[in-house]
Design a protein around this ligand. Sequence first.
Ligand SMILES: Nc1ncnc2c1ncn2[C@@H]1O[C@H](COP(=O)(O)OP(=O)(O)OP(=O)(O)O)[C@@H](O)[C@H]1O
Length: 306
Amino acid sequence: MTVAIKIENVSKNYGNLKALNDVNLTINKGEFFGLLGPNGAGKSTLIGILGGLVNKDVGRVSVLGKDIISNYRESKKSFGIVPQEVSFDPYFNVRETLELQSGYFGIKDNDEKINELLEALDLADKAEQGPRQLSGGMKRRLLIAKALVHDPEIIVLDEPTAGVDVELRNSLWDYVIKLNKQGKTIILTTHYLEEAETLCDRIAIMNKGKIVKIDTKENLINSIDKKLVKVQFSDSVEDLSDQLEGRNYNIDEENNEIEVEVSKQDLDELLKFINGLDLHITDMNIESAKLEDVFIKLTNLGGGDN
Ligand SMILES: Nc1ncnc2c1ncn2[C@@H]1O[C@H](COP(=O)(O)OP(=O)(O)OP(=O)(O)O)[C@@H](O)[C@H]1O
């Protein structure tokens, strides 16, 4: 397997704040990799270091086998980074913005790629408009197109779908999946955990400047021993509280529904218990753990002490 990015013992302090604290991470070529973490975890700082916008204090980062500092120009070309913040020069229209960006990478006559991007990101009919005439979602699409004009090997998307409508989100992901299938390495940060769960192969969860877990999505989800059993009855569930005492449950009296959380081991016992209730079941659903459960556990967002 070819290594796309190798991050070794990287730290970054802002005054007394440890924005990155001895981060180690290897991402392979062709991976769709998720970098998750709560606000302030250090994701953007790490991405800034990859893109040469933030100087690390210590550590080493190499891209496709080459150090990013000593091979600055080459590594810049390897990356297409879609930043969180949207900003454009108001004097250039959409096409000119992309031409200018191509020129920045020394690419002349980049019409073919620019047209492909305009089509894929549904900007073709906006090509002659200035950034001020674009809606927020369109600006974000332009930001993505701008990051891709030089056909980079590694594409880093820092919360690309924040504030973007469902339709665009889907078309954006279709395009990114296509790029990934062509062999591009994708690194995604997002606060939409369902998005990461659907798209990413491997995921790193960051918290307070550290990577607290790296694993495949499947292993992360399987590490949580939880089943959520939702049952709807035809009759009132008003009197079930007593019988459910001692279990981790919720009762929705309005819809005659109960939700009970159990470990996989206790599932059989719970189903027998529900079956033994003197009630008629109209619907049942058993949910497994989600990436969100893993995230909450590892970042301690749910409170408690793990
Ligand atoms: N230029 C800076 N000067 C001082 N502190 C900074 C600077 N940039 C980031 N920080 C701090 O470093 C920490 C990590 O920030 P970073 O933006 O990397 O987090 P993040 O995981 O990307 O968060 P978010 O999900 O909110 O984007 C935060 O506490 C932030 O306040």
